[in-house]
Design a protein around this ligand. Structure first.
Ligand code: MN
Length: 129
């Protein structure tokens, strides 16, 4: 069974590129263009990982991450922020909001998938020492 990745991203081109790369590596991608839709999808599909744009209309990525982390059913799902912000303090804000890490935009097609795979949990649950 393919592993599902939830992509919450409002920019069409970024969504297209990210989906293309992940699908090429055998992942199933479910995407949402705004926070509320992403939050609703997350509890419904139980993804293996959530990729979260920080700059989203209305509800930004920080608020989305906090909302996701309030759902105990999603407790173990890694959240990786995708951000073009390069300001000092962003990393702290991203982690404080409940994300496991972040990757920077524009994404590098050569390394992107390997980069986010570092956050995936072992498939069988297995020994996570
Ligand atoms: Mn955006």
């Amino acid at each position: 069974m393919k592993r599902k990745i939830l992509l919450i991203e409002d920019n069409d081109q970024n969504r297209y590129m990210t989906t293309f790369l992940l699908e090429r590596h055998g992942y199933e991608v479910v995407s949402a263009v705004d926070g509320p839709t992403g939050i609703e999808l997350a509890s419904r599909i139980q993804p293996s990982l959530i990729l979260l744009d920080i700059q989203l209309p209305q509800m930004d990525g920080y608020a989305v991450a906090r909302a996701l982390r309030q759902n105990p059913a999603l407790d173990r799902v890694p959240i990786v922020a995708v951000t073009s912000y390069a300001m000092v303090g962003d990393r702290e804000n991203i982690l404080a909001a409940g994300c496991d890490g972040y990757t920077e935009k524009p994404i590098n097609p050569e390394t992107f998938v390997a980069e986010i795979e570092r956050y995936l949990r072992p498939r069988n649950g297995g020994n996570t020492s």
